[in-house]
Design a protein around this ligand. Sequence first.
Ligand SMILES: CC(C)(COP(=O)(O)OP(=O)(O)OC[C@H]1O[C@@H](n2cnc3c(N)ncnc32)[C@H](O)[C@@H]1OP(=O)(O)O)[C@@H](O)C(=O)NCCC(=O)NCCS
Length: 401
Amino acid sequence: MSVEIRNPSEGELRKAMKAVEAAFGEEQKEEDLDRHQKAMPRDRFFVAYDGAVPVGTTASLPFELTVPGSELATGGVTWVGVLPSHRRRGILTQMMKHQLDDLHERGEPLAILWASEAAIYGRFGYGISAPTVQLDADRSRFSLRDDPGPRGAVRLIDREEAGKVLPPIYDAVRRQVPGFTSRNALLWDLYRLADPEHWRRGGGPKFYAVLEFDGEPVGYAIYRIKLDWQEGFAKSQVRVLETCATSAAAERELWRFLFGIDLVVRIQGRHDPGSPLFLMVVDPRSLMLRVTEGLWLRLVDLGAALTGRTYATDDSVGMEVRDELCPWNAGRWRIGNDVARTDDDAELELDIADLASAYLGAFDFNQLAEAQRVRELKPGTLQRASDLFRTARPPYCPEDF
Ligand SMILES: CC(C)(COP(=O)(O)OP(=O)(O)OC[C@H]1O[C@@H](n2cnc3c(N)ncnc32)[C@H](O)[C@@H]1OP(=O)(O)O)[C@@H](O)C(=O)NCCC(=O)NCCS
């Protein structure tokens, strides 16, 4: 179907944002539209117009994404929706192409997103790049093994103080962990610290807890409590919105605090697969960890993306990469410390989406080959490529966007 894809004018933006209500079935409150309008540069917001009617949207927030050894400009894709009256006619396909061309022209070598459904984005070259884990822990079974005993102190602080204390902790961790995105003061204020009543979904207000060792902030947790009483007994849940810890000891003390909150039976939230918590407790099963595919990543500009990360060995590997949607990426590359196009024989063959799965260190090439996602053309290359891309820890993205 023929639609026009373009940036909305200043006067059209709100109506276009409002159109997404029908795509997701959720009311967009005026207060949230104000918020989104402040956060979203209009030239990064694309609308599919059927005549004068906005029938689809996609947008990207400007982030710096932590990649192994560095940070790269990255489009954080969001606001993806097509009206139910216009679905399955290729509008998303047209918008995805338009957006990738836009990011390419901007010189942003990566795009990332969270998918509402896991089957949507693989066809556009996005790969599973940072799986996440959901925690739904039974508080009564929590106990630390080989517990060295409590350390430091937790202080509950108000939103204003949180705005000063939390960002430096986040940034210290962000620089170490591939998958973290930069979060400027506006994003902290408008989203992570903000706490409008209608975001609570039955829970209480946000609490901001900072952990200090010798008076120095070393970690924090943002959480809510969903109160629940049944026949005289409290069965509340702690909903963890974000934790950040600058060391394993800080992480242990944050969880000690969260699992110590009274009147609570379950602790729930998104969890970092690189966290040591699973190995720190006596009863790891009781954490009830459930893996989901997490963050999707697209190599918009393969050359710049692969030049922009560091490697674990001095080797280089010849790869034949398929990429129909972004033909500038397709072809034969030598990948390692000097990334370049090559005429040499390829040693591996793979799709751009599967290269994205190895890019942040989530999966190695042996795993990808076992799942028939990579073909080894020269024996021994899977191991060499895995060694080359190896990272110190699994990637993780704590940001909602
Ligand atoms: C997901 C959504 C944006 C798709 O838009 P659309 O315009 O219908 O998509 P297209 O017509 O371009 O579909 C392209 C291909 O993706 C497939 N596809 C689209 N949505 C899909 C889904 N939810 N699950 C699996 N496949 C899907 C189509 O079948 C089509 O496949 P084909 O090329 O083999 O025929 C739309 O259904 C929507 O708005 N859903 C609700 C909101 C939402 O989930 N947004 C995504 C937020 S991350």
